[in-house]
Ligand binder design. Sequence first.
Ligand code: ZN
Length: 310
Amino acid sequence: MAKIAIGAGHGMHTSGKRSPEGEREWSFNNKVVSAAINYLNGYANATVIRMDDPTGETDVSLTTRTNAANNANADILISYHHNANTGQWGAWTGTETYYYPGSSTGLALARAIHPSIVGAMGLRDRGIKSANFHMVRESRMPAILIEGGFMDSTIDIVKMRNNSVMDQTGKALANAIAAHLGLQSGGGRNTYTVKAGDTLWGIAQAHNMTVSELKRLNNLSDDTIYPGQVLIVSGTSTNFSKKSTGYVEVLASSLWVYDAPDWDAKYEVVNQGEVFTVKKELEVKGSKMYQLKSGLYITGNSSYIRYFTK
Ligand SMILES: [Zn+2]
């Protein structure tokens, strides 16, 4: 199992970070990252940890991003951006990739990825550079930050506004990652069908995951599995949160609440018909969770709860 931490820089509403015509940097970054994830899902044994908010609503902090990658023990980290020079239209141009100064594994990753991005964008090769950026400094795995092109370049913006170029750049990124990590094609979302005698621990070991990762990816609330059950053993998990101002009503006859944003952190059981005020919506390893006003957490799965606003 290869774990790839990837994120589109910033959020939709981050101040600055716009082209001279007001287009958001995140939306360009997101096009490449979303395409890359789609293409990575075509490889076997790849798990993607998406570090930014896939809706763009929240600008997830840099620390939250590197914590997500570090906690997941990701094998590599890719932070995807588009550059700006003056904020006014100009003729500067090109693609560049950054790694942390002195990091030989970061440099190796940059060398493995950068030429593919240059090729797909079809812009000037500004080279591989080192810089003391948070994303490459605070990550414990080989990490790079890519600047695909300049948002304020009359040359580069033509490429960035072309969805086909953005998609092909995502594909080039995915294929370069796959070649670097030795991923095999023909995966799709990998699943495993439980056989008699299997244990969560054994299945996790066989797929190079921890039991808690396997449980989170499958939204399992306890260790019970049964023959014939289909478990997801690779895929995309995200780690972000956004403010919410609604309520949840418990539909299940009884339901766990948690004292941490962690499916293993069971705290107490609540009962059908109870209503709680929601403070935040989170996605924890691919499954929706709400933080309640009380500070406790509850599932966002609509099979068990009803979310409503007044
Ligand atoms: Zn940026």
